[in-house]
Write a protein that binds this ligand. Structure first.
Ligand code: HPA
Length: 272
């Protein structure tokens, strides 16, 4: 179990090494090199942060970066933690609580996801308007950490409406025409969903499915952060096309779209 003291200790190690931040960004698959945009960038390896998990997912490097971006102090996580790696849920969300202690007020969560909405294409960027927790897990299970927030946090605006509007506005200004909005549904993974699960997801109102982001969203809402979520649709979800799902397709599309994804995030951070 992750204790409050462990979160304080990890935050202190990061503060000493790389300093505080007002905006936090979790970089999903393919976006890791966005850290190049930071000025005066410093990093600490996850393995040097006491009690911190270490990424095992391919393409997730395991470094915490802090620097300046458009005059704001921004920290970026190059590598995130997924429940499917075997981490307890409180370990998966530990970084978000660490960010809270380091002064982060706005959290940007990015990920790769499968498109359920048949009007999406691989390469669509989806701004999250809401999410569905279909994992049967919740990172707030267990004694409430009163230092962070209430036992029963509100999730009516899991993704801040003003950030959704800001991000959409920047997409329009940039003339990026692959940006859509939608609902993200969290499946635990690590296997991809079955076609029947994707039909269920569609009936539930999901536009995309993925294996991350929702735990971080829940904990960020619990501790009063504003959240922006953006998915890169890397593939159509299972059963939509007559082809098998493969991680190499996810990586290939994430890499193809990353410069557009970066521009959108960059413009949104500049406008915050
Ligand atoms: N399902 C779940 N997670 C994913 C997918 C998918 O189809 N694509 C990328 N991440």
């Amino acid at each position: 179990m992750v204790t409050y003291e462990q979160i304080v200790t990890a935050a202190e190690a990061i503060r000493q090494a790389v300093g505080e931040a007002e905006i936090g960004v979790v970089l999903g698959s393919g976006l890791g090199d966005y850290v190049e945009a930071l000025e005066d960038a410093k990093y600490i390896d996850y393995k040097d942060i006491p009690g911190f998990p270490v990424s095992t997912a391919p393409g997730h490097e395991g470094r915490w970066w802090t620097g300046k971006l458009h005059g704001k102090r921004v920290c970026m996580m190059q590598g995130r933690f997924h429940a499917y790696e075997g981490w307890e849920m409180d370990r998966v969300v530990m970084p978000v609580r660490v960010m809270k202690l380091l002064g982060v007020k706005t959290l940007i969560l990015t990920n790769a996801a499968g498109g359920v909405n048949e009007t999406f294409k691989p390469g669509t960027l989806m701004i999250l308007t809401d999410c569905i927790n279909f994992s049967g897990k919740n990172p707030l299970t267990g004694p409430n950490m009163d230092q962070f927030g209430p036992r029963f946090p509100d999730m009516s605006h899991a993704y801040a409406p003003e950030l959704i509007a800001l991000c959409e506005e920047q997409a329009a200004k940039l003339g990026v025409d692959c940006v859509r909005k939608g609902v993200y549904m969290w499946f635990n993974g690590p296997c991809y969903e079955t076609p029947a699960e994707i039909r269920l997801a569609r009936v539930c109102g999901a536009d995309a499915v993925g294996m991350s982001t929702v735990p971080e969203t829940i904990v960020a809402n619990h501790c009063g952060m504003k959240v922006l979520g953006v998915s890169c649709i890397t593939n159509m979800a299972a059963g939509i096309l007559d082809q098998k799902l493969d991680h190499s397709e996810v990586v290939e599309v994430a890499n193809r779209v990353k410069s557009t994804f970066r521009s959108l995030l960059d413009a949104t951070i500049a406008a915050m």
